[in-house]
Design a protein around this ligand. Structure first.
Ligand SMILES: *Cc1c(COP(=O)(O)O)cnc(C)c1O
Length: 385
């Protein structure tokens, strides 16, 4: 059955979620078994053999993820970085090269540069908004993979996915989009020309800050075969409980994202009017440099807002340490509001590199609480400046 005519919420709720045939259980059961009885040697039941290879709870999540992103194949991993590592080792070999955005997530850059770099995979960070520089970097290094995050973390830069797909494909490279920030509710990169979508499902897809996971989603069967082989042969799979929680989260992604987006718009507007604030980075503002592209390729502007303070590093640190509803913590995308000081937290791993982030910047993951309460929390914190 093709799901492609269905709306996002219908796909999130139904893809891969057929009721259980024996009892009719509406929620597919959680399968913990690590192994499966064989009816004689080689007599597998429905292909199930061993839990690293296949597990019904993980299969259900993978079908749901594929449906969510308009892909044909999805692979669920134990973390976002495990997904990225398996993907890169599935499609590249030592000597191959990746061109990535110069504001990629710090952990992604650390993986590509320090871990995979030591195994002979090269990388060149570029400004994805500079088409000539991007094309030149792909050409010069004969890059096989282009890696984009949009909106980017934490600078909220917007990249034109369709445009970058065209440039990558013209040079024979594949385009990977890390769709963690937008989530499949707001943006579906495979429909815009991307070849591969990756997610940290720890964030909006899980949505409740109670499970770590990652995913890779593709349309192409040949790519899927390579990724499936590495998922099985390396084994960085998500466990059944993790898969179950992630499936439960993805079902409500749409309703959560709508509230995250509405709340973030209000918080961003409030911050922008404060004299203590130098700049608010939020793609929903008409004067954000990526606003028109965001409007074209996203169905909303999401729940993330970054803010820079006139009072420099000390102002950012004071606010980070004085809010009550916004919890100072790593991560994002959960129902509760979080605040992060990237230069010492999420992006500490890129300090001193060209991917370093400003020291007067805070990143807000705006939750689904009542926006008036969130703004009051910020207002009280601002009295400490
Ligand atoms: C968190 C994050 C990752 C890494 O995912 P983990 O689940 O923490 O391994 C990758 N990309 C982005 C954009 C992220 O926010």
């Amino acid at each position: 059955m093709t799901e492609n005519h269905q709306g996002a919420n219908t796909r999130f709720v139904h893809a891969g979620q057929e009721f259980e045939p024996v009892t009719g259980a509406v929620v597919p059961p959680l399968h913990f078994s690590s192994t499966y009885a064989q009816d004689g040697i080689g007599g597998l039941r429905n292909g199930y053999e061993y839990g690293r290879g296949t597990n019904p709870t993980r299969d259900s999540l993978q079908a749901q993820l594929a449906g969510a992103e308009f892909g044909n194949h999805a692979f669920s991993f134990s973390s976002g970085l495990a997904a990225e590592d398996s993907l890169i080792r599935a499609v590249l070999r030592p000597g191959d090269h990746i061109v990535l955005g110069n504001d990629a997530y710090g952990g992604t850059f650390r993986l590509i540069d320090r871990v995979l770099g030591a195994w002979g995979i090269g990388n060149t960070p570029v400004d994805m908004g500079d088409e000539a520089a991007l094309a030149a970097a792909i050409e010069k290094n004969q890059a096989k993979l282009v890696w984009v995050e949009t909106p980017s973390n934490p600078m909220m830069k917007i990249t034109d996915i369709a445009k970058v797909a065209e440039i990558a494909h013209a040079a024979g490279a594949l385009l990977v989009v890390d769709n963690t920030f937008a989530s499949p509710f707001l943006q579906q990169p495979l429909t815009l020309g991307a070849d591969i979508v990756v997610h940290s499902t720890t964030k909006y897809i899980g949505g409740h800050s109670d499970v770590v996971g990652g995913a890779v989603i593709v349309k192409d069967a040949e790519l899927a075969e390579k990724i499936g082989f590495i998922q099985f042969a390396v084994g960085a799979v998500s466990g059944p409980m993790d898969a179950f929680l992630t499936t439960r989260g993805l079902k409500t992604l749409g309703v959560r994202m709508r509230t995250h987006s509405e709340n973030a718009a209000q918080v961003a507007q409030w911050l922008r009017e404060r004299s203590e604030v130098e700049r608010v980075l939020y793609p929903g503002f008409e004067d954000h440099p990526g606003h028109e592209i965001a409007k074209k390729q996203m169905s909303g502007f999401g729940g993330m807002v970054s803010v820079q303070f006139n009072g420099g590093e000390s102002a950012a640190r004071k606010i980070a340490e004085s809010t009550k509803l916004f919890t100072l913590a790593e991560s994002l995308g959960g129902i509760e509001s979080l605040m992060n000081y990237p230069s010492e937290m999420t992006h500490a791993s890129v300090k001193g590199t060209e991917l370093a982030v400003p020291v007067n910047l805070l990143r807000l993951s705006v939750g689904i609480e009542d926006p008036a309460d969130l703004i009051e929390d910020l207002e009280k914190a601002f009295t400490n400046l």
